[in-house]
Design a protein around this ligand. Structure first.
Ligand code: HEM
Ligand SMILES: *[C@@H]1O[C@H](CO)[C@@H](O)[C@H](O)[C@H]1NC(C)=O
Ligand SMILES: *[C@@H]1O[C@H](CO)[C@@H](O)[C@H](O)[C@H]1NC(C)=O
Ligand SMILES: *[C@@H]1O[C@H](CO)[C@@H](O)[C@H](O)[C@H]1NC(C)=O
Length: 335
């Protein structure tokens, strides 16, 4: 290409990028823009395989890791996009996302990301972003806990420099949310009603603290009785584990049918009124979400495909790419 053509090309490209940047999100571009497969092929070709190997080792030592990282990825992407903002520590004058009530103390696994980052820094310094590490690690978490093919993930997310408690509170749906507010909070991130129900299947693995179930097992909304929409056997076993809420903040499994497998049994449990949170149960209260729940319960492999697609889409929300953001040296600190 001649120099002049190249210059024109670059100007056109710059124009295109700035157009995309001006889409009203206030940061990042249109979802997924600027990401690519094999992003680290030249700069750190071993990155994805290395993360896969490390995750396999780490998870063989600690089976709690996959659900933690799947949830962490969701909480990263819903607040300022998938920019690693969930990983930043609070500072003396800023309370960060990770210390907001929806995350602290229930969200764990930060040390796993730090550990992976340390290995990557020793092999390819300043190359692989924390936002990408979390996205790849979440993908491995899905592959290791479900009967999923290891799906392809695009790379190129840059790390943000801002993390605010207030934005975590605004953007992360609470466990007592009703179906209309769930639909709305996902729509604000560009995810459909169907994708919201599909992604709720994340609750087919992992655990919750008793304090998150809003007393459904004993004294629902101060009615003095358990939530009538909660299966009474599950309510009884939750009373055994949790007693009268927050006396001891024990841990309970989210999917009683297959607690450690990422599968569609979450939906089967839901149809038996065994969803743990009001937000889970509320998926039965709207004919459109109920239809999705029924379909996902009936068709495991169709749900699997939809789950991978929705995870991919969630993983590309409002990403920073190109010259935006930075590649952090430590995931808990801005450079
Ligand atoms: C639909 C709205 C959602 C609400 C209201 C919600 C809420 C919660 C709450 C309250 C917990 C338990 C925290 C605790 O007390 O320890 C939890 C755990 C979890 N959530 Fe969600 N969540 C939602 C969507 C999602 C999505 C979209 C995913 C991923 C695709 C996800 C994945 C998980 C996982 C894997 C856990 C278990 C974490 C662990 O074992 O440590 N959730 N969620
Ligand atoms: C971030 O906070 C965690 C937990 O308090 C701490 O272990 C870690 O060392 C901090 N990171 C840095 C870079 O100071
Ligand atoms: C759902 O929750 C939102 C937010 O708390 C509330 O404004 C709305 O009135 C609720 N809708 C229904 C149908 O209960
Ligand atoms: C829970 O609280 C109720 C009312 O305060 C009380 O009657 C009951 O014995 C308590 N149950 C447990 C398991 O502490």
């Amino acid at each position: 290409m001649k120099v002049l053509e190249m210059v024109i090309c670059l100007i056109a490209l710059g124009f295109f990028i700035s157009e995309v940047g001006a889409d009203g999100t206030g940061w990042g571009g249109r979802n997924g823009d600027g990401l690519s497969f094999y992003y680290y092929q030249k700069s750190c070709p071993q990155a994805e395989d290395l993360i896969a190997r490390l995750m396999k080792d780490i998870v063989s030592q600690d089976a709690r890791v996959p659900p933690r990282l799947i949830r962490m990825h969701f909480h990263d992407c819903f607040v300022r996009g998938c920019d690693g903002s969930i990983l930043l520590n609070s500072t003396s004058n800023n309370k960060a996302e990770k210390d907001a009530a929806p995350n602290n103390p229930s969200l764990q696994g930060f040390n796993v990301i730090d550990q992976i980052k340390q290995v990557l820094e020793s092999q390819c310094p300043n190359v692989v972003s924390c936002a990408d590490i979390l996205t790849y690690a979440a993908r491995e978490s899905v592959a290791l806990t479900g009967r999923f093919n290891r799906y392809a993930v695009r790379g190129g997310r840059k790390d943000g420099r801002i993390s605010l408690e207030s934005e975590a509170l605004q953007n992360l749906p609470p466990p007592f949310a009703n179906v209309s507010s769930l639909i709305q909070s996902f729509a604000l991130k560009g995810l459909s009603l169907e994708e919201m129900v599909t992604l709720s299947g994340g609750h087919s693995i992992g655990v919750s603290h008793c304090s998150s179930i809003s007393g459904r097992q004993v004294n629902f909304k101060n009615s003095g009785i358990p939530d009538p929409t909660l299966d009474s056997n599950l309510a009884a076993s939750l009373r055994q584990r949790c007693g009268n809420v927050s006396t001891v903040d024990n841990i309970v499994v989210m999917d009683t049918i297959t607690p450690t497998t990422l599968d569609n049994k979450y939906y089967t449990g839901l149809l038996q009124n065994k969803g743990l949170f009001t937000s889970d149960q509320s998926l039965l209260t709207d004919t459109r979400t109920l239809r999705e729940v029924g379909g996902n319960s009936a068709l495991p492999s169709a749900w699997g495909t939809k789950f991978v697609n929705a995870m991919t889409k969630m993983g590309e929300i409002q990403v920073l790419t190109g010259k935006q953001g930075e590649v952090r040296r430590k995931c808990s600190l801005v450079n």
